[in-house]
Design a protein around this ligand. Structure first.
Ligand code: PLP
Ligand code: COI
Length: 364
C-alpha cells in the first residue's frame, strides 16, 4: 500500500455538538477554528516530510524563529462549501496550490507540491466536515494554508527549515454589513506594492503594510481601501483584500490587468469567465482613478464590485477620498453584479452544473 502523506492523530477532546452548533449559528469571520490542523516540515535533507493531521493546537516557537523577524511567510485562502445535497465541495483548489507555489518562489520558500496541498485540504475537511456550515445560511469553511520560515536564526537569508500548516475556520460574511454596498476609501498617503515588489504574492507583509491605510478607511467611515499604483498614484490597482471590477452602461466589464503588483485572484479569474458567458465584453486594462470618478459622475459607469474568496462579490456603493465622495449608480447592488455573484455562488455550492471543471467533491 502506498504510504499516506499525512499520518492522522484524532482529537480526543473535540468541541461538543452544542458548542459547534453555537459557533455555526453565527460564525463571524476567522474567529473560531475546527478540531484539527495539518502540519508538514521542510528541511534541505528531507524536502517536505513529516505530514501530520493532528488536533488543533498552539505552536511552540523559539523567539528567534525567522518568520517572526523577517516575515518569510506565504499563505492562501479558499473555502469548502456544503451543497443542498449535503456534499462538501471545493472550488478550484489546484489554483490556490499553484498560487501558493508562486508566492513561495517570490519569498525564496521551497514550493509545496500541488498534490500535497490538495491532499492536506481534503484530509482536514474530511475529518472536520461537521464544521462546514449548512448551505442555507450562506456560510462556508474558510481554509487557511500557510508556510513560514521555522528555523531559529537572525541572519537575513532564506531559512533552512519551513513549516506548512493548514487550519480551518467556519465563516459567514466577511463584511459586518453582509451584502450592503461597500464604502471605499482611496488611499493617497500609502501604496500597497511597487514593480519588483511582492504585490503579486500572497504574503503577510503586503497586509501589514496595508493596515495604516485600512485604519484611515475606517476612520473615514469606509469598509475597504482602494490602492493606486506606486509610480503615478493614478491607476487603480486593487483593494486591501480583494480585486475590483467595473461595469459600464454599454456592457463592458473593466478590471485592472495582472501586472505584477496585484494578486491574481481566483474569484476575479472566475468572474471574468462568467462575465464573458453573460455577454459582457471583458477588458483587462488600466483604469485611472480620475476616469472612474468621471465615468461614475457621467453615468457611464453603472456598477462596480469587489471580489475575493473571503468577500465573494460585493457591490461598491460609494467612493471617498480626502476631497470628497462619489456614488456608483444609485449606490445599490446593480443587476450585473447580482447575476455574477449568483452564478459564482451557485457554482461553488453545486446549484449550477459544473461545466468548467472548477468543483472538486470531497468524499466523506
Ligand atoms: N487581492 C488581495 C490583496 C487579496 O487578499 C485577495 C484575497 O485572497 C484577492 C485579491 C482575491 O483573491 P481570491 O479571489 O483568489 O481570493
Ligand atoms: C481571502 O479572501 O482569502 C483573503 O485572504 C483576503 C482577506 C480579506 C481575508
Amino acid at each position: 500500500m502506498p504510504q499516506k502523506t499525512f499520518t492522522a492523530s484524532i482529537n480526543d477532546k473535540p468541541a461538543t455538538d452544542a458548542a459547534r452548533a453555537a459557533i455555526l449559528k453565527n460564525p463571524g469571520f476567522g474567529v473560531a477554528f475546527t478540531d484539527h490542523m495539518v502540519t508538514m516540515k521542510w528541511t534541505p535533507e528531507a524536502g517536505w516530510h513529516a505530514g501530520r493531521l493532528e488536533p488543533y493546537r498552539p505552536f511552540q516557537l523559539d523567539p528567534a524563529t525567522a518568520a517572526l523577524h523577517y516575515a518569510q511567510i506565504v499563505f492562501e485562502g479558499l473555502k469548502a462549501y456544503r451543497s443542498k445535497e449535503n456534499e462538501i465541495l471545493l472550488f478550484r483548489p489546484e489554483n490556490n496550490a499553484e498560487r501558493l507555489a508562486k508566492s513561495a518562489q517570490r519569498l525564496a520558500i521551497p514550493a509545496l507540491p500541488v498534490q500535497f496541498f490538495v491532499e492536506a485540504i481534503e484530509e482536514l475537511v474530511r475529518v472536520d466536515h461537521l464544521w462546514v456550515p449548512a448551505s442555507e445560511g450562506g456560510g462556508s469553511l474558510y481554509l487557511r494554508p500557510f508556510i513560514f520560515a521555522s528555523e531559529a536564526m537572525l541572519t537575513v537569508r532564506p531559512a533552512r527549515e519551513y513549516t506548512f500548516c493548514l487550519i480551518a475556520s467556519p465563516v459567514g460574511d466577511y463584511f459586518a454589513g453582509g451584502q450592503k454596498p461597500l464604502k471605499l476609501w482611496v488611499s493617497t498617503d500609502y501604496v500597497r506594492a511597487a514593480r519588483g515588489g511582492t504585490g503579486a504574492a500572497k504574503c503577510p507583509g503586503n497586509y501589514a503594510g496595508s493596515l495604516m491605510a485600512q485604519k484611515q478607511s475606517v476612520d473615514n467611515d469606509c469598509d475597504q481601501t482602494v490602492f493606486l499604483d506606486a509610480v503615478e498614484q493614478k491607476w487603480i490597482e486593487e483593494l486591501g483584500g480583494m480585486n475590483i471590477c467595473f461595469i459600464t452602461k454599454d456592457k463592458k466589464l473593466i478590471t485592472p490587468p495582472i501586472s505584477g503588483t496585484i494578486l491574481d485572484g481566483i474569484t476575479r479569474k472566475s468572474i471574468l469567465t462568467l462575465a464573458a458567458e453573460e455577454g459582457l465584453e471583458v477588458e483587462e486594462t488600466p483604469y485611472s482613478y480620475q476616469q472612474w470618478k468621471h465615468d461614475a459622475e457621467s453615468g457611464y459607469l453603472t456598477e462596480a464590485f469587489a471580489c475575493g474568496t473571503a468577500a465573494v462579490v460585493v457591490s461598491i456603493g460609494t467612493v471617498r477620498d480626502a476631497h470628497g465622495t462619489f456614488t456608483i449608480g444609485e449606490g445599490l447592488t446593480g443587476p450585473v453584479t447580482a447575476t455574477l455573484r449568483q452564478r459564482l455562488v451557485n457554482l461553488q455550492r453545486g446549484v449550477e452544473a459544473d461545466s468548467h471543471g472548477w468543483v472538486r467533491r470531497i468524499s466523506i
